[in-house]
Design a protein around this ligand. Structure first.
Ligand code: GLN
Ligand code: ZN
Length: 767
């Protein structure tokens, strides 16, 4: 009887306690040797393979490990490392060359910047963009990493399925070397030959299978990129290995014709968590013997899989294809979920039972396969426990709050709009908030000093009382306010000393959220984030920021800006629920924030900023109806959160990016009175967009980069402002940094803001 195997597409590499982060950072700081770091890699890989083996996973990945980024690994694998890194003097060890590309290198006379890093599809993982030349040659590295890691697992008695990023995705996700104009897919044949060579080596080492990821199939693709699959897989498909081409984070129906170029591959993997509806169309296009790898265990979120629903999906595929042509798999690599639920000792048992992290998800694929192969009775206990957990979550009071639902039903169209149009509002605001031309402000946070962290820790641990902590925070606010008055800024902030993180802080004060202690996921390189989890309907039991803002208002005569994180950013930087649409969760967050905004106004805060740095990253991967729908509900959430105020209250919003070309209308639709946006690269294109569209409201394009300790001169900032004035009217323009100042020191902030305020004053004189 044919058996349906279980498969994991990739495993998180940080380890149980962010071991890899600790080891790489120790290596960078010269605290451990290269050998020690390499050994830690060996240990982690072994542990992760054995976890999956013990879970009963049939197809276990290798080469999913990386010391920095799996896309960057391919740069060395194919011999395409840019000369800047390969020809340093003195020459770097390959491991250091690798890190140099990922994060730059400044040591022993070598000084090279990092390569560009960008978001991995719509996840919070970031990959390093490979750089390719027009006349690029490819050459397989000596002792290729995928072969070495395959052998390493084999020595442990585990035959793995190596994972590679596919040739077409590699080319598409890379970028052209500076100043070169050419179609990267023109390199596809040369590159495919190197893949073929690699697959032959894997075969010789004893591999039977290989997973080749072509996630770009979920994007809209130009014709030449689609055609490149033909050229690539004619060559790669000659390998004797059984190839599984994997796609994830979307459907591939719009690129379905590409499947005809993949007829030589053994299997196609699709994401049936995100897009279950693609199943039948993909099955129809499979070749007569081709296998479907059914991604039914969510690799992007932390929810326990609903076994019944997952088994139904797999059974639907088996109905059409037969058992010998179906694999049960995770929807994507598990890279995007935390390591194990085991580490969460503080979670309420009720909600803990709803979650599943990487270790648990590996068990889930195995259980689903077993249920299908040996019948439900073979895993009766697991299925029963799962059904109970699913039921508990669906009916829990924590999930469903009738008061929140009732409030959502009462939301009207009018609640999304301010009382009057901008011209009326700004006239009111000019009366209520006295501001000079070219008003200066900051984005919210001031330096988060060591002292702040120490006090916060003490408070969390109960070593100081709430009163003591409050007093400490008030002192911090006083200092920051005093500093801003001395610097002569116009709209002040309280400095956000009480906030650990811009999303966590709000999540901790909202019903419907829970927090973990160890649930870290890799964001880029050694950096990990620990997103809070939205478990149920969200509401605000009490004001969240009013106390601090009110205090700040009370100690200064200058206008004080209240600071909130917007609904979309709260949603995007959390693990969202998977049982209600994200638009519903965004609206709940918006309603909670709306109350906060109104409370701030009542407390005398006349300027309120709602940050939405994650608004753009939520944009669906493809153009069309899904994108339009997102823009509509995301913009509505922002408007709902801010529109409850009087005309005389000024609403600001902030964005940490400047790619507005295809996103301008969404930003404009927010109807914020003032926007502050990143503009450290002094992007004339950004400013041009605002002119072209005759944007009527106020804008503060950042006048200097806060990521650098460098102090910009007054002259430099004047030049920036001059440039801005070519596109924006003087009465529209605000003068502010690019983003919050929390990563800087007070000394740097003083110097930087002095230049900024002086530059603003210069123009005030002039106009
Ligand atoms: N108000 C926040 C701060 O200043 C904004 C941070 C952000 O945009 N990422 O820190
Ligand atoms: Zn920012």
């Amino acid at each position: 009887m044919a058996q349906v195997p279980s498969s994991v597409l990739g495993f998180p590499r940080m380890g149980k306690l962010r071991d890899l982060k600790k080891a790489t950072e120790a290596y960078w700081a010269d605290k451990i040797t290269r050998e020690q770091l390499l050994e830690e890699g060996v240990r982690l890989r072994k542990e992760h393979w054995q976890i999956q083996q013990a879970a009963g996973v049939d197809i276990i990945p290798s080469n999913d490990f990386s010391f920095y980024d799996q896309v960057l690994d391919h740069h060395q694998l194919f011999g395409t490392v840019p000369e800047l890194y390969s020809t340093t003097e003195p020459k770097l060890h390959p491991l250091d060359e690798f890190f140099a590309m990922g994060r730059g290198h400044q040591k022993n006379g070598v000084d090279v910047p990092a390569l560009e890093m960008v978001k991995w599809f719509d996840s919070n993982y970031h990959y390093v963009k490979p750089v390719l030349k027009k006349d690029q040659e490819f050459k397989l590295s000596q002792a290729p990493k995928p072969v070495a890691e395959f052998n390493e697992a084999k020595a442990l008695g585990i035959t793995t399925r190596p994972v590679l990023l596919g040739p077409v995705s590699f080319l598409h996700l890379a970028k052209n070397a500076h100043g070169e104009s050419f179609e990267r897919v023109s390199l596809v044949e040369k590159l495919a030959n190197v893949y073929k060579e690699l697959l032959d080596q894997l075969k010789a080492a004893g591999a039977t299978d290989v997973q080749i990821d072509e996630p770009i199939l979920v994007y809209d693709l130009p014709q030449n990129v689609k055609d490149a699959f033909k050229a690539a897989y004619e060559i790669v498909g000659k390998s004797d290995l059984k190839i599984t081409v994997a796609t994830y984070f979307g459907d591939i129906v719009h690129n379905i014709e590409v499947l005809q170029h993949l007829q030589k591959v053994h299997a196609v993997h699709i994401d049936l968590v995100r897009n279950p509806e693609q199943l039948n169309q993909v099955i129809e296009k499979l070749g007569p013997k081709q296998v479907l790898s059914a991604g039914v265990v969510d690799g992007r979120n932390i929810w326990k899989t609903n076994f019944k629903a997952a088994i139904d999906k797999v059974e639907a595929a088996i109905q059409k294809l037969g058992k010998d042509r179906v694999v049960v798999a995770t929807s994507s690599s598990l890279l995007h979920v935390p390591h194990t639920l085991e580490s969460e000792k503080k979670l309420d048992p009720e909600v803990r039972d709803w979650f599943s992290f990487a270790v648990e998800k590996a068990k889930e694929v195995a259980v689903i396969a077993k249920a299908i192969n040996n019948g439900p009775a073979s895993v009766a206990a697991e299925l029963e426990a799962n059904a109970k957990s699913v039921q508990s979550r669906a009916t829990s009071k924590r999930t469903n709050d009738p008061k929140v639902k009732a409030r959502q039903e009462g939301v009207t169209e009018a609640m999304h709009n301010r009382q009057s149009p901008f011209t009326t509002r700004i006239a009111e605001q000019t009366k209520s908030i006295k501001l000079p031309l070219f008003p200066t402000t900051t984005i919210g946070s001031f330096p988060q000093t060591q002292q702040i962290r120490v006090q916060r820790n003490k408070f969390t641990k109960g070593e100081i009382t709430a009163e003591e902590y409050e007093k400490f925070i008030e002192n911090e606010i006083q200092e920051v306010v005093k500093l801003q008055e001395e610097l002569d800024l116009d709209v002040l902030v309280h400095g956000e000393p009480e906030r650990n993180d811009m999303v966590q802080y709000f999540g901790e004060r909202l019903d419907g959220y829970v927090f973990t202690t160890h649930a870290w996921v890799q964001s880029y390189g050694s950096r990990c984030v620990r997103p809070p989890i939205i478990v149920g309907d969200i509401s605000r039991p009490a004001p969240m920021t009013v106390k601090e803002s009110k205090y700040a208002v009370s100690i200064s005569k200058k206008p004080m800006k209240g600071m909130l994180t917007g609904p979309i950013t709260c949603l995007r930087w959390s693990f969202p629920r998977d049982d209600v649409h994200q638009s519903v969760q965004a609206q709940q967050l918006a309603l909670a924030l709306r109350d906060e905004v109104v409370d701030l106004e009542t407390a005398g805060v006349k300027v309120i900023q709602v940050d939405e740095p994650a608004l753009r990253e939520g944009l669906p991967l493809r153009t069309g109806s899904a994108r339009d729908a997102y823009i509509k509900w995301a913009v509505n959430a922002f408007k709902l959160s801010t529109a409850g105020v009087q005309d005389g209250t000024q609403v600001h919003s902030h964005f940490c990016y400047s790619e507005f070309q295809d996103f301008f209308h969404a930003i404009a639709a927010l109807d914020a009175d003032v926007l502050s946006i990143e503009n450290s690269k002094s992007d004339a294109k950004l400013l041009q967009v605002f002119t072209n569209e005759e944007y009527p409201r106020h804008i503060g394009p950042g006048v200097y980069d806060i990521h650098s300790p460098r102090v910009p001169s007054e002259e430099e900032i004047k030049e920036r402002i001059e440039q801005m004035l070519e596109h924006l009217k003087p009465e529209q323009l605000w003068v502010n940094p690019d983003c919050g100042l929390k990563t800087r020191t007070t000394e740097q902030v003083k110097a930087q803001l002095t230049s900024m305020v002086n530059a603003a004053k210069f123009f005030r004189q002039k106009y």
